[in-house]
Ligand binder design. Structure first.
Ligand code: COA
Ligand code: ZN
Length: 305
């Protein structure tokens, strides 16, 4: 892959929607995923097969997954916490899963009711089964840049968890700033620690939330460090229900504007991503946070009433 090619992992339908207060109808979710794949996004995390009690918004994940268009060449990972989630993923025809743990013990306990070690014990058989079935596996590490309960997280602790995910069989590891506290000087520390711990740079993704407005600055630093995979959500939807005060992911539109302006190729059509956000916006009862989306909307002029 050329050094100027960047892969965007669109997480709006999962990380984004899971934190929206308004219940989004299944039809709207399906149309949202289809609009995102039409925009050229190469990887779309379509939903989560977690406990519906933990995340009621995604309780219809099985139906959403079955109904979305499976565009050739597009990957549609689904978030899976345990074997029950993998059963649902297999039954729905998913070809890629994402497992998740955290760099913080307390966050893990609140989010998935398990310590870091217990989380590995829980998803080791999930990863093994998935790989035997020929599925691709992505691993998330939450709270890499700070934790709402524990505060600062030492980069070597985060790197150890990332390495464990690779050793457990993950193809790729996404380092999450779940609560959006990271600043650019942390990015090289974290990335270097992971690489030193044996995680290949080509298998590292960065996942920023924009709670304090630092997400795009962190992306720019990640690019300088050679990272070429970034997670984002259309419109800047999202947050995390177990991370108090967390705002949305870095917006896909804003990320695309930055990347294309800096000469990186993504294969994604920014105006079609904005169209996907626009079509969803009526269902989420708040203005999408993306600055580029807002700029495009004002250029369209006032909406007819
Ligand atoms: N899909 C559907 N239902 C599930 C499930 C899955 N993958 N995993 C567990 N459940 C159900 C169980 O059947 C059980 O239901 P019951 O009470 O009707 O018998 C209930 O959920 C509790 O299951 P248990 O195995 O005891 O899990 P737990 O209460 O310790 O919860 C998780 C652990 C991981 C399943 C749960 O915390 C979870 O789904 N968390 C996801 C959080 C998340 O998505 N966060 C966002 C990512 S940042
Ligand atoms: Zn996230």
């Amino acid at each position: 892959m050329s050094a100027s090619r960047v892969t965007i992992v669109e997480v709006g339908p999962r990380d984004g929607l899971q934190n929206e207060a308004a219940a989004v109808p299944t039809d709207v979710k399906v149309a949202f995923v289809d609009a995102l794949s039409a925009a050229g996004l190469p990887v779309i995390e379509a939903t989560a097969f977690v406990s519906p009690k933990a995340i009621p918004q995604l309780a219809d994940g099985d139906e959403v997954f079955r109904r979305i268009a499976k565009r050739p060449g597009v990957r549609y990972p689904v978030l899976v916490p345990n074997e029950k989630g993998l059963d649902r993923a297999e039954a729905s025809g998913a070809r890629e899963i994402a497992v998740f743990t955290a760099a913080s013990e307390t966050f893990n306990r609140k989010n998935i009711n398990a310590s870091i070690d217990e989380s590995f014990a829980r998803f080791a058989p999930v990863i093994r089964r998935a790989r035997t079935a020929g599925m691709r596996v992505r691993g998330y590490v939450s709270c890499v840049f700070g934790c709402p309960y524990e505060g600062a997280i030492p980069p070597p602790s985060a790197a150890r968890v990332a390495r464990r995910l690779i050793d457990a069989g993950c193809d790729e590891v996404s380092l999450g700033d779940t609560i959006g506290v990271g600043v650019p000087t942390q990015v090289p520390e974290v990335v270097e620690c992971c690489v030193d711990a044996g995680v290949p740079l080509s298998r590292l993704a960065l996942h920023f939330h924009d709670t304090r407005g630092t997400a795009l600055a962190n992306v720019a630093e990640g690019l300088r460090q050679g990272v070429r995979i970034f997670d984002s959500s259309a419109g800047g939807l999202g947050g995390c229900p177990y991370a108090p005060g967390a705002a949305g992911n870095v917006a896909t539109e804003d990320l695309l504007y930055l990347l294309h302006g800096m000469g990186y190729e993504t294969g994604v059509d920014l105006s079609l991503v904005a169209a996907a956000t626009r079509a969803l916006s009526g269902a989420i009862a708040r203005r999408p946070a993306s600055r580029v989306y807002q700029a495009l909307e004002s250029a369209r002029g006032p909406r007819p009433v």
